[in-house]
Design a protein around this ligand. Structure first.
Ligand code: HEC
Ligand code: HEC
Ligand code: HEC
Ligand code: HEC
Ligand code: HEC
Length: 234
């Protein structure tokens, strides 16, 4: 976490603004500079974020809304935070990072841990690095093998979930979907035929390389309405 970073940050911000730049689409393409997101003086909190309440999510959502910096279709709002089985369509943010019900522990990788809020909540910027788009879309870790999900949800890792030792039991991940007749590979679409037969790509199970089942085979992160009969999206 980052309670004492403000002074170092001002120095870095001053230096960076000469040599640094953020990756597109958070950069020149959309005329976004450091100052859209940071205020060097007089801001609340420890990360000099350009939001009245100093919350990272307030900053993100100020642009990621229709009528924002560019007129985006992709609105995200607090009402979309998921309560499983009840409501919502997006992975939560501004919630405590530790949640035993949902198998979430404090992240271990510095790339995530260092970007919890001062009160140890997860924010948009715990999962996303708004400066660097090396792991699109602005992810802090390459999630092609669930590294991002499992850093927090490591109770659900294949090595801990199938051993019946008292750990949380969970559907396996990291295992290939068999091609035997017991399993549908490729999985079936809502029309009863192998995907992508129904023409709706947003309800397709996304297997990893080698047909590996992953968290994101079954789970979307944002705009996920949990109804495979409809198209997901903003
Ligand atoms: C799209 C918004 C956005 C833009 C543009 C942006 N930043 Fe940031 N920056 C953030 C957020 C949000 C954080 C806080 C991350 C966190 O929660 O730890 C941050 C954190 C930082 C930090 C602290 C270290 C870190 O990576 O968390 C530095 C230094 C920094 N920004 C410098 C810059 C500079 C210099 C620029 C311009 C080249 C810039 N930022 C542009 C949003 C932005
Ligand atoms: C100054 C306005 C602004 C702010 C603040 C901002 N964004 Fe963005 N963001 C954009 C624009 C513009 C795009 C491109 C949207 C498009 O092309 O439809 C974008 C795109 C993205 C994308 C998609 C990238 C891709 O490759 O598809 C992600 C992820 C994202 N932003 C996350 C964040 C997060 C997280 C924050 C807060 C830390 C944030 N943004 C703050 C303007 C902003
Ligand atoms: C728990 C981690 C996590 C949190 C918290 C999170 N995101 Fe994301 N976000 C992701 C992942 C993973 C993807 C990529 C989804 C995919 O590829 O289908 C993503 C994708 C996106 C995209 C690209 C459009 C899309 O739906 O794929 C945008 C924009 C975005 N996030 C913005 C935000 C903003 C703004 C916040 C905070 C309000 C936020 N995210 C919070 C993990 C997170
Ligand atoms: C930074 C830590 C962190 C990361 C990374 C993370 N999660 Fe979570 N996740 C949590 C926490 C904490 C909760 C409990 C949220 C709450 O209080 O509602 C949660 C809740 C959930 C839920 C229940 C719905 C909700 O939002 O409450 C699902 C499903 C989920 N995570 C899946 C994923 C997947 C899939 C990934 C990888 C893309 C992922 N998570 C990445 C911490 C994380
Ligand atoms: C085979 C599909 C599948 C895979 C793979 C999968 N999930 Fe789930 N997950 C589900 C379903 C279905 C539910 C809803 C269960 C319910 O309603 O009781 C769920 C619920 C959840 C919940 C919320 C309720 C709870 O029990 O905690 C979390 C958190 C979660 N999954 C995280 C993950 C993570 C992290 C991974 C990867 C390690 C993962 N899931 C892999 C299908 C899957």
């Amino acid at each position: 976490m980052r309670k004492y970073l403000t002074l170092a940050f001002v120095v870095i911000l001053a230096g960076f603004s000469v040599v640094g730049a953020t990756d597109d689409p958070h950069g020149a393409t959309n005329s976004i500079t450091c100052e859209q997101c940071h205020i060097p003086h007089g801001t609340l909190g420890d990360i000099l974020v350009n939001a009245a309440d100093s919350l990272v999510s307030t900053l993100c959502l100020s642009c990621h809304t229709p009528g924002g910096w560019v007129n985006m279709a992709e609105e995200l709002s607090s009402s979309q935070k998921a309560i499983p089985g009840v409501s919502g369509s997006s992975h939560s943010w501004d919630v405590a990072a530790v949640n035993s019900t949902y198998g979430a522990s404090l992240p271990q990788q510095a790339a995530l841990f260092d970007h919890l809020s001062a009160d140890s909540s997860i924010t948009c910027a715990t999962c996303h690095d708004p400066h660097r788009n090396a792991n699109s879309p602005f992810l802090r870790l390459d999630n092609s093998a669930d590294a991002l999900c499992l850093d927090c949800h490591r109770d659900r890792d294949v090595n801990s979930v199938r051993t019946y030792t008292g750990n949380v039991l969970s559907h396996p991940v990291g295992i290939a979907l068999p091609t035997t007749s017991t399993f549908h590979n490729p999985p079936l679409d809502v029309d009863g035929n192998p995907q992508p037969s129904d023409g709706n790509t947003t309800n397709d199970y996304q297997l990893g390389a080698g047909d590996i089942v992953r968290c994101t085979t079954c789970h979307g992160i944002h705009y996920t309405d949990s109804n495979s009969g409809t198209v997901d999206g903003p």
